[in-house]
Design a binder for this molecule. Structure first.
Ligand SMILES: Cc1ncc(COP(=O)(O)O)c(C=O)c1O
Length: 398
C-alpha cells in the first residue's frame, strides 16, 4: 500500500509556464491584453473554430453564450442532470428555466430520445419557450451530436456545448469546438481550464462559436463596453467607450493566458500519457467482473478527462461510499462525477424532483467511482490504483 496520498488530478505545470507568467508580471499588461488574444487565436486554431473568447471560467463562457443568444425569463434551456451545477446555474442566473434530461446508460451523456420527450412536453405545457440545448460531453466522451443536432434543427434550438471535459475531443470528423451547425442555428462551445482539467490556467475558460457570435459574446464578457475597450489604456487607445449591453465582468487575464499559451504545446504529450494510463487501467482491471469500465464508442476521440468505473453492487458486499472509504484508506484520491443535479436541494425542491425521475442517472450515480487520471501519474502510481481496486473487490466479493 502507498505511504503517500495520490492526488486525484494535480496540475502539470513546469518552468515554461512559470517563466511566461514572470514575463507577464514584468510587462505592462497583467490583465486582458496581447497574450490573452494570442491564446484565443492559438486555441481557436486547435479546435477548428474561426475565433474564440477567453474568459475567467467555463461557467463564464456558458453564461456569456446564453446572454449572447438573448436567453432570459420564459426560456427553457435543456441540459443533462448528470453534470456539474454550473451548467444549469447559468440559465437560472439569466432568469431562464433549466429543464433537466436523463442520460444514456453507456456514455452517461444527454439522451437524445429523452431530450425529444422533454422538448415536446415543454411545448405541450406552453409555459416556456424551448430555446437552447446544452449537451455535456461527460468525462471527455462526445455526446451523440448527430442526433442532438437533428433535434435542434427540427425544433429551431441553439446549442451551447459544455465541453469542460472535452478538450481535445472529436466526433467523426468534427472537432469539439468547431461551430459548424445546421443552418439558422448557433453552435457555441465552452471549455474549462480549471486546475484539474486537461490543460489548466488555475481558473480559466474559452468560448468558441461563429465570428459574429463571438463578437457579441465579447461584449457580454466585459461590461457590455464597445469592442476593444481593454485597449483604452494602451498607446493609441482612446478614452472614449460606449456601454451597449448590461454585460458581466469575466475577462481572462494575461497571467492566466501565459499559463495557457505554454500548456497548449504540451497538450499532445498530456493526451498520450492519459491514453497510456487508460490502457493500463483497462489491462489491469478488465478481468474483474465486479466492475464495469468506461465505454468508448466507435468514431469518437475522447479527451479522456475522467476514468469513471461502475461497481456491480449486486456482486459486492460494500456500497460506493464504502468503496470510496477503502480507496482513501489506501491513500488513493478517487472522486465521484457527478451527484446528479436533481438530487441537490436547490433543483430537487424548486422543480419537485424525485431521484427516480431520471432513472438512468439515479441508478448509475450510485455505482460510480472516478479513478485518478492525469499525465503526472507514474507507472507505480497506476499500479497502486489497480492494486487498491483489485484488493477491495477481492475482499468484498459477494
Ligand atoms: C461538466 C462541467 N461543466 C462546467 C464546469 C465549470 O467549469 P469552471 O470551473 O471552469 O467554471 C465543470 C467544472 O468542473 C464541469 O465539470
Amino acid at each position: 500500500m502507498r505511504d503517500t496520498f495520490l492526488p486525484f488530478s494535480p496540475p502539470m505545470l513546469g518552468d515554461d509556464e512559470i517563466d511566461e507568467v514572470i514575463d507577464t508580471l514584468r510587462s505592462d499588461w497583467i490583465t486582458t491584453g496581447p497574450k490573452t488574444r494570442r491564446f484565443e487565436q492559438e486555441f481557436a486554431a486547435k479546435v477548428d473554430a474561426p475565433d474564440a473568447l477567453a474568459v475567467f471560467s467555463c461557467t463564464d463562457a456558458m453564461q456569456v453564450a446564453l446572454a449572447a443568444l438573448g436567453v432570459g425569463p420564459g426560456d427553457a434551456v435543456f441540459t443533462t442532470t448528470f453534470t456539474f451545477c454550473a451548467t444549469a446555474h447559468v440559465a437560472v442566473h439569466l432568469g431562464a428555466t433549466p429543464v433537466l434530461v436523463d442520460v444514456e446508460p453507456d456514455t452517461l451523456n444527454l439522451d437524445p430520445s429523452a431530450l425529444r420527450v422533454a422538448i415536446e412536453r415543454t411545448l405541450a405545457d406552453g409555459q416556456l419557450r424551448p430555446k437552447v440545448i446544452m449537451p455535456v460531453h461527460y468525462a471527455g466522451h462526445p455526446c451523440d451530436m448527430v442526433a442532438i443536432d437533428a433535434i435542434a434543427a427540427e425544433f429551431g434550438l441553439h446549442i451551447v456545448e459544455d465541453a469542460a471535459h472535452a478538450f481535445p475531443a472529436a466526433l467523426e470528423d468534427r472537432t469539439i469546438g468547431d461551430p459548424t451547425a445546421p443552418s439558422g442555428l448557433v453552435r457555441a462551445t465552452a471549455f474549462s481550464f480549471y486546475a484539474t482539467k486537461n490543460i489548466a490556467t488555475a481558473e480559466g475558460g474559452m468560448l468558441t462559436g461563429p465570428s459574429d457570435f463571438i463578437d457579441e459574446a465579447r461584449l457580454w464578457a466585459l461590461h457590455g463596453m464597445s469592442r476593444d475597450a481593454w485597449k483604452r489604456y494602451g498607446k493609441g487607445g482612446s478614452w472614449f467607450y460606449e456601454v451597449v449591453r448590461p454585460g458581466f465582468k469575466c475577462n481572462m487575464t494575461d497571467i492566466q493566458a501565459s499559463i495557457g499559451l505554454r500548456q497548449l504545446p504540451r497538450l499532445d504529450g498530456f493526451q498520450q500519457r492519459r491514453g497510456e494510463v487508460v490502457a493500463r487501467y483497462r489491462e489491469g482491471l478488465g478481468e474483474l467482473s465486479e466492475i464495469e469500465l468506461p465505454t468508448e464508442r466507435a468514431g469518437i476521440t475522447s479527451a479522456r478527462h475522467l476514468f469513471p468505473i461502475r461497481l456491480h453492487l449486486d456482486r459486492l458486499t460494500i456500497d460506493r461510499a464504502g468503496f470510496m472509504d477503502r480507496m482513501a484508506e489506501r491513500n488513493i484520491g478517487a472522486s465521484v462525477h457527478f451527484i446528479p443535479l436533481h438530487l441537490h436541494p436547490y433543483y430537487r425542491d424548486r422543480f419537485d424532483l424525485a431521484p427516480e425521475d431520471f432513472p438512468v442517472a439515479w441508478a448509475q450515480y450510485q455505482r460510480l467511482v472516478s479513478l485518478p487520471l492525469n499525465p503526472r501519474l507514474t507507472e507505480n502510481d497506476v499500479d497502486d490504483v489497480i492494486e487498491a481496486v483489485v484488493e477491495i473487490v477481492r475482499h468484498f466479493r459477494a
